[in-house]
Unconditional design. Structure first.
Length: 152
């Protein structure tokens, strides 16, 4: 889809604060409320804008212990891959999962309360998934940058 400068500005405004009114966006863009409303509806219809969410502070909900876990499967068969992906989708602690190239097959971003909670997660949930050959975990010391915005 081709975006003009106004679309890009609108997308940036929506990414920074999607709770503003259409009138507020219109004022920022120098457009009518109707024009902005139509642009937003077009962005939603084309699935450029897919969802509106509240971003929750992980410290306030006691999920600030961030773990990046590399997972290697025993064997790379279609069934093993599909089964692993189905199972990992069920794990609420896993907030991101990527199928990778390289030494490991998957990278998981896991949010839990603390090291004890991570140990319990590993023992009772992650390693209970069939066909995992090995895992390697890294723990976040400090979050230097985190954004949900896609650069446009």
């Amino acid at each position: 889809m081709n975006f003009d400068d106004t679309d890009l500005k609108l997308l940036n405004l929506l990414q920074s604060d999607c709770k503003k009114t259409t009138k507020e966006y219109a004022n920022s863009l120098g457009l009518s409320t109707t024009a902005v409303y139509e642009r937003i509806k077009r962005l939603e219809k084309t699935r450029t804008v897919t969802n509106y969410v509240a971003l929750v502070d992980k410290y306030h909900v006691e999920r600030s212990f961030t773990v990046y876990c590399h997972v290697k499967l025993v064997q790379h068969t279609r069934d093993n891959i599909q089964q692993f992906e189905r199972e990992v989708l069920k794990l609420e602690e896993v907030v991101e999962c990527y199928h990778l190239s390289g030494d490991y097959d998957y990278l998981l971003k896991i949010l839990v309360k603390d090291m004890q909670a991570y140990r319990e997660f590993m023992v009772s949930k992650l390693t209970a998934i069939n066909h995992i050959g090995s895992t390697q975990s890294s723990f976040s010391i400090k979050e230097v940058k985190h954004t949900t915005s896609i650069p446009l």
